[in-house]
Ligand binder design. Structure first.
Ligand code: NAP
Ligand code: MG
Length: 481
């Protein structure tokens, strides 16, 4: 059954401004029902090669020569087109990814906002003049890498395309995008709109397909000058190894086990919705999900009871019905999360109810709140990537820090306390790329630099900072006597 809201043929590959048929196709599935939705292209290594060649030509040609202000105008137009089509984009994403409609709408508007933000930034990326002996003038130029490769996961396709492709284009690069097999439709829709906005042929090429085929071919291609990857640690290792073979820079965003730390003096009424939402948003399939909730013992019972009540009130359902929690992306992901839960069946403190009328083919899993586990337990250490949160008690600030920093990851953290000095101490000592104080942004806004440390990865995307990663610096030193 074709997806009813598509205004384009999804089984195509975009190379050099032309929508080409693929030799083979793959099924796209609706995770809410398990029903087939559309067929997408199974891009090959040959398609990747053609896409890199097209990007090289655009980087050296039309797009590379476009003035920064004009690049910005194209992106701004693209942002307006995405905003105009946000409802259609959201419905495609809800059908393809199983993301509740209002969360998909937020993603579509974030994509529009990334285009707007990076469009506005395109002509504000400047070098410096450097003080040097008076017989010299020294300055730096920020130059695009040339061809950037983008391997994107299925959990937030629109946001991740916005933050990486948006910034790369603004800096003057030409892109090859490999969306996830399980979520390629909005990438294709975005590319259609980019053409409508006036992006020249080859500046953005989209090759859907399988990770080990199209993805691996892109990562290993010697014509790619920079790689941006979001996804699992295992594939991140392969991407970095492929980048090493070609000596090109790579940005890796590999998820986390992010803590929210609740002290006894916290404003619990404000904290509670953030604690729960940051665990169940997108069914917990969020790199910055707050999967560990550290609670000071004096308020442990109160926080546990209130979170448990919130869990029992969660509405599960089909993405199109806009529930609190939709299905997981796939049967495979559901089985993986269930495997984690099977490690400690006695740790379940509360679960959301599973409505009896859920479509039997959907990949539903009732969100689970866990407790009574030590901080070294696998469920408190490993990224589960499903709607599962673990409550961990602590007594002192030092103990909270030790637990919070005691995983292999370091992406986001939050501290809930009224004590300003403690806020500053915690923010300084937490091992994370983003720290929220009395708030939690689940990745934060478009403007906020984002990225990890340790096994969460390296490099920063989002905000103005991302533009530095998508450029390289040239120093020019002139002697003039
Ligand atoms: P994944 O395999 O890392 O997929 C991410 C992207 O990499 C997809 O586009 C995928 O393509 C591609 N890919 C896969 N193998 C590749 C290879 N050998 N070379 C180049 N690209 C390759 O992630 P997943 O299998 O979808 O999810 C597995 C786990 O990863 C999750 O359970 C979660 O723990 C983690 N994850 C983290 C994030 C995050 O935001 N940090 C996002 C998604 C997943 P295909 O999907 O088309 O094969
Ligand atoms: Mg799908």
């Amino acid at each position: 059954m074709p997806c009813p809201e598509l205004w384009f043929d999804p089984a195509r590959i975009l190379i050099a401004g032309r929508w080409l048929p693929a030799d083979e196709t793959l099924p796209a599935e609706d995770p809410s029902t398990g029903a087939p939705l559309a067929r997408i292209a199974r891009g090959s290594a040959g398609d990747i090669d053609a896409a890199v060649t097209a990007a090289r030509a655009a980087a050296a040609g039309d797009w590379g020569r476009t003035a920064p202000a004009d690049r910005g105008r194209v992106l701004a137009r693209l942002g307006r087109l995405v905003a105009d089509r946000a409802e259609a984009m959201a419905r495609i994403e809800a059908a393809d990814v199983g993301k509740p409609l209002s969360q998909a709408r937020a993603d579509a508007l974030a994509l529009a906002r990334y285009c707007e933000f990076y469009g506005g930034a395109a002509d504000k990326l400047m070098g410096q003049t450097i003080p040097y002996p008076a017989d010299h003038t020294v300055y730096t130029l920020r130059e695009p890498h040339g061809v950037t490769g983008h391997v994107v996961p299925w959990n937030y396709p629109m946001q991740i395309i916005g933050r990486s492709v948006g910034a790369a284009l603004a800096a003057g690069n030409a892109c090859v995008l490999k969306p996830a097999e399980e979520a390629s439709l909005t990438a294709l829709a975005f590319a259609r709109l980019a053409q409508e906005a006036g992006l020249p042929p080859g500046a953005l090429n989209v090759v859907p397909g399988l990770g080990p085929e199209a993805g691996a071919a892109l990562a290993a291609h010697p014509g790619v000058d920079h790689l941006s990857f979001t996804g699992s640690v295992g594939v991140g290792v392969q991407i970095q190894a492929a980048a090493a073979a070609n000596i090109v820079p790579v940005t890796l965003e590999l998820g986390g086990k992010s803590p929210q730390i609740v002290f006894a003096d916290a404003d619990l009424d404000r904290a509670l919705p953030f604690l729960v939402r940051a665990g169940i948003q997108n069914a917990g399939q969020t790199c910055s999900a707050a999967s560990r909730i550290l609670v000071q013992r004096a308020v442990l019972d109160q926080v546990t009871d209130r979170m448990a009540a919130a869990y029992r009130a969660l509405r599960l359902g089909r993405a199109m019905d806009d529930p609190d929690v939709g299905p997981l992306i796939s049967a495979r992901q559901r089985a993986m999360v269930q495997g984690f839960l099977d490690l400690a069946p006695d740790a379940v403190l509360a679960r959301a109810p599973l409505p009896a009328d859920l479509p039997p083919g959907g990949h539903y899993l009732a969100p689970a709140l866990l407790g009574g586990l030590g901080p070294d337990h696998s469920l408190a250490q490993d990224e589960i990537f499903g709607p599962v949160q673990v409550i961990l008690p602590f007594d002192t600030e030092d103990e909270a820090l030790a637990i919070a920093n005691g995983t292999a990851y370091g992406l986001v953290a939050a501290v809930w306390t009224a004590d300003g000095a403690r806020q500053m101490r915690m923010a300084r000592h937490l091992r994370a790329g983003q720290v929220f104080l009395n708030s939690y942004g689940a990745g934060g806004g478009v403007e906020l630099p984002f990225g990890g440390t340790g096994r969460s990865g390296h490099g920063r995307e989002k905000g103005f900072e991302a533009l530095y990663g998508f450029t390289r610096l040239k120093t020019v030193a002139a002697w003039h006597g």
